[in-house]
Design a protein around this ligand. Sequence first.
Ligand code: ATP
Length: 328
Amino acid sequence: MADPGASPAVLSLDGAGIAFHGRRLWEGVDLDLSAGEFLAVLGPNGAGKSTLLKVLLGLQRLSWGEVRVAGRPVRRGSSTVGYIPQQHAMPAETPLRARDLVALGLDGHRYGFRLRPRAQRREVDRLLEQVGATEYAEMPVGLLSGGEQQRLRAAQALASDPAVLLCDEPLHSLDLHHQQAITDLIQRQATERGSAVVFVTHEINPVIEHVDRVLYLARGQHRIGPTREVMRSEVLSELYGAPIDVIEHRGRLVVMSHHLEGHHCAPGHGGTGDAAHGPEAQARAPEDPRAGVGPHVHDDDHEPHGHASSRHVGREQAPEGRRMGAPR
Ligand SMILES: Nc1ncnc2c1ncn2[C@@H]1O[C@H](COP(=O)(O)OP(=O)(O)OP(=O)(O)O)[C@@H](O)[C@H]1O
């Protein structure tokens, strides 16, 4: 059973906030994420979900507060952070085979040295098999479907066995079977390898059984807590400043409102509301060089870049009794 106080946080946000041109996306976020914990990040379009991932990737500085991964200030390219970006098509002429894309995620740091070609090939084969991509391992990536490319990105992100795994709408464009396969893969990475997972999504139902806590961002405000504490009519109505109904039906959460835009639960995805936009409502991918075919550049030199904490409003910790990963 998890004992959050006993293990140091893998990921910490302390009084974290961000503003662009005077507009506060979120502020006063205090969060300690433990090994193996699965955090879902929800909120309407433009709430700052992808920006949060950019912060955790070291691509965006906080306006307030501090962020630490594995006890150190985050740094772009750190081997401790894996990232599955939003799906976007790679150009047809991309000069890489599927297996090359996955191999970019391997730099041998797990073994203390770069893998020999044969060992690397075996590891890439294993990763390809995990995501069901063996069949097209030798294909040029640009000729693969969006869903096939997305499975390769998942394999690439897992290759480094990261302490923190960031996922930006990773299920988008996957069919139900592969949604399940990728979700299971991410969950196994959490429970068996102890990766803390930060999973940005517009739709909680495909991952609801895995989620330990939800971070909900809306209108410059946020709530953090177990799914059914945050995903309640009272809480979402307060966050949106408009009446929202959250109904549970056969273990699925249905969010309904006549006022929402860009919400995470569309009529076609289990909701019956008439104004919600579902997962189709996509935003830009972070401007991360790794977002495309990008090699997962590992670089463990850390340098501080966080700002001093300006607010501290009750640190959030993992609830008792959640699943826990193996010690790293
Ligand atoms: N570098 C930047 N400079 C100025 N504004 C920015 C910058 N990066 C993001 N923004 C703005 O911050 C807001 C939040 O963007 P972000 O992509 O984080 O939202 P999101 O919650 O991921 O949205 P979606 O659900 O549509 O993907 C947007 O209005 C965006 O234009």
